[in-house]
Design a binder for this molecule. Structure first.
Ligand code: KG4
Ligand code: ZN
Length: 347
């Protein structure tokens, strides 16, 4: 089965062709970082306009790179949420139009579910039987921090999430406070490599109170807004730190450590609590070098199997959308053509 995937939930325009769920034939991502960085974050109107301008030529490029013809496509998939409404609309409608033109089924895909599936793409360490077993997924991105028990693809139990900022959002806000630029994750990651452990310790993202009606276990939930405030206060009380490269690197190190530690600690707790031995990690923050190395270290010590998304599939991409659509077609067929965007879709 050959799937065409489209992803436009935020500021990346992405088109991909995937065969039989996991074999990526082409993966085209057009980043808009340069357009948004002067504003310190994504401007929805600019993002949507750019998606419209490039999506058609990216789709043609994806077909060409995959070495297939339009008629070889069996299903067409696009993200319908969560994300920016104006951005989602572009990809969703483009994909629906292609599905109608080719007369092939359309599958609407949940973006968080696509990230959760991304570690299986082009991964020589897995086969299809791995995808059928229960596992724990950690999805860490600019918009989400979710611990999900996957009974099987399509059958999920949300175990924990953030009660305020997402982990990537914390990196982005921290980088802005450190005057590093946007997006903040890679900038903090690089600066922290030059830093070392000092006496600076930031709060570890524990949750004191869950929102009313929440049935989640607060021990498996995250809170990153206090960390951002702690960094802001530190800089306010020590403004000279911004002009001292070594002190700034040490600060970036402590800030990154606080985020990574809580992600690792709660993920290991969830693995034990749910008695799971396979851990899959995806989303933009899973590019973080410290996060990857700490999880790898614990995988050896704690005897769980770790599947990290390959770097090209961590950030938003359409291969994860096309791949997932081959397996989970719960929002598929004629009905799916009536699906609208759902900006606040959860798992
Ligand atoms: O998955 P993604 O591309 O978009 C969302 O679905 O949100 O994730 C983007 C996020 C941004 O917040 C960015 O700062 C973060 O991923 N990120 C990183 C790194 N690279 C990207 N965070 C920490 N370390 C990195 N190396
Ligand atoms: Zn994402």
């Amino acid at each position: 089965m050959i799937a065409l995937g489209i992803e436009t939930s935020c500021d990346e325009t992405a088109v991909a062709i995937v065969q039989d769920a996991t074999k990526v034939l082409s993966n085209i991502v057009s980043s808009q970082v340069k357009l948004h960085s002067p504003y310190g974050g994504v401007v929805p109107e600019i993002a949507a306009r750019h998606h419209i301008e490039v999506i058609d030529s990216l789709a043609n490029e994806a077909i060409k790179k995959a070495g297939i013809a339009w008629n070889d496509i069996d299903i067409v998939a696009a993200t319908y949420g969560p994300g920016l409404a104006t951005s989602l609309i572009v990809g969703l409608n483009f994909a629906k139009a292609i599905s109608l033109r080719l007369n092939k089924p359309f599958v609407a895909v949940n973006h968080i579910e696509a990230h959760l599936f991304s570690p299986f793409l082009n991964n020589s360490c897995v086969d299809h039987s791995d995808i059928k077993q229960p596992f724990l997924a950690l999805v860490v991105s600019g918009g989400h921090t979710c611990l999900i028990k996957v009974n099987k693809i399509g059958d999920y139990l949300l175990l924990g999430t953030t009660v305020d900022d997402a982990a990537g959002e914390a990196f982005d806000k921290g980088a802005a406070l450190l005057k590093l630029g946007y997006p903040g994750g890679p900038l903090i990651d690089n600066l922290a490599k030059k830093g070392r452990k000092t006496s600076i310790v930031f709060p570890k993202g524990e949750v004191s109170k869950l929102p009313k009606n929440s049935t989640l276990d607060k021990k498996l939930c995250f809170s990153f807004s206090g960390l951002k405030t702690a960094l802001a206060n530190y800089i306010k009380n020590n403004p000279e730190v911004l002009n001292d490269e070594e002190a700034k690197a040490n600060l970036a190190y402590a800030f990154q450590e606080a985020i990574v530690e809580v992600l690792v600690y709660k993920t290991l707790m969830a693995l034990k609590k749910e008695n799971l031995s396979l851990l899959c990690i995806g989303g933009g923050v899973s590019l973080n070098s410290r996060l990857r190395s700490v999880f790898e270290k614990y995988a050896e010590e704690d005897n769980y199997r770790l599947l990290l998304a390959s770097k090209e599939f961590c950030i938003d991409n359409a291969a994860m959308v096309a791949g997932l659509a081959c397996l989970n077609r719960s929002v598929a067929g004629e009905e799916s053509l009536n699906v609208d965007v759902v900006p606040d879709l959860m798992i």
